[in-house]
Design a protein around this ligand. Structure first.
Ligand SMILES: Nc1ncnc2c1ncn2[C@@H]1O[C@H](COP(=O)(O)OP(=O)(O)OP(=O)(O)O)[C@@H](O)[C@H]1O
Length: 238
């Protein structure tokens, strides 16, 4: 089943001489169980693409559908609800709330959505267990390592069975081993039925994807399967 469909998406930022054509007619479809990596030089439009896919930004023209619902047709309230329920977003800088424990951070999207406390707590516990952090549920972000914080951010992005996970260089601030663990987690969630889009500069991380999409100057220049299979990736020097 198609979870995300971008059709002929254009996005311009700014006006007049400062106008930037960040996306130029992007078509992208991501289905259930699929992880797509997006690569490209700095400024090629990767974050813009991800923001539009997640309803954080709107296209200047073209359409974006999540589970066959056109995001542009939704009211602000309905869009916010769809984002809370169906879409998980992993930011490069984690975006955790420092005054909340790991468990409270993960439960927050469900609580905001009106899920009863007992149910949201159970779902948060499960999501933290899935990322291997059940022991640290009561810790505050400041007393966790970068890798642990990023795993909390992933747990928050997948809690309550979100069907579309969008990750914008989630490994940027992490050492390579922890980065690999984070990408493997995304892979697992997609194997369990989510659809994922991973923006990355790292070819080894892109190797975990089913497909790699290359952006240049806002356009997709090539869409191909990873050059290296996962097995051969494991043999690459670190
Ligand atoms: N809010 C904005 N206002 C004006 N220009 C913007 C805005 N957001 C992005 N741009 C411009 O749009 C183009 C694409 O930016 P975008 O952040 O999507 O690229 P990127 O591939 O994610 O880059 P990076 O790898 O450096 O994060 C760039 O030229 C950028 O300067």
């Amino acid at each position: 089943m198609t979870v995300l469909r971008l059709s002929e998406v254009h996005r311009t930022h700014g006006r007049g001489e400062a106008r930037v054509h960040a996306l130029r007619g992007v078509d992208l479809t991501v289905g259930t169980g699929e992880l797509v990596a997006v690569m490209g030089p700095s400024g090629s439009g990767k974050s813009t693409l991800l923001n539009i896919a997640g309803g954080l930004d709107v296209p200047s023209s073209g359409s974006v559908e999540v589970e066959n619902t056109a995001l542009t047709a939704l009211s602000r309230r309905k869009l916010a609800r769809l984002r809370r329920r169906a879409i998980g977003y992993v930011f490069q800088d984690f975006n955790l709330i420092r005054s909340l424990t790991a468990h409270e951070n993960v439960a927050l999207p469900l609580e905001l959505d009106g899920v009863p406390p007992r149910k949201s707590r159970a779902a948060a516990t499960q999501a933290l267990t899935d990322v291997g952090l059940s022991d640290l549920a009561d810790r505050f972000p400041d007393s966790m390592s970068g890798g642990q914080q990023q795993r909390v951010a992933i747990a928050r992005a997948v809690v309550g069975e979100r069907r579309l996970i969008l990750a914008d260089e989630p490994t940027g601030a992490l050492d390579s081993r922890t980065g690999e663990t984070v990408v493997k987690l995304l892979r697992q969630r997609c194997d369990a039925g989510a659809a994922g889009v991973l923006v990355t500069h790292d070819a080894r991380h892109a190797g975990w994807a089913d497909r790699v999409v290359f952006l240049r100057d806002g356009a997709i220049v090539d869409a191909s399967t990873p050059l290296l299979g996962v097995d051969s990736l494991l043999e690459l020097p670190r």
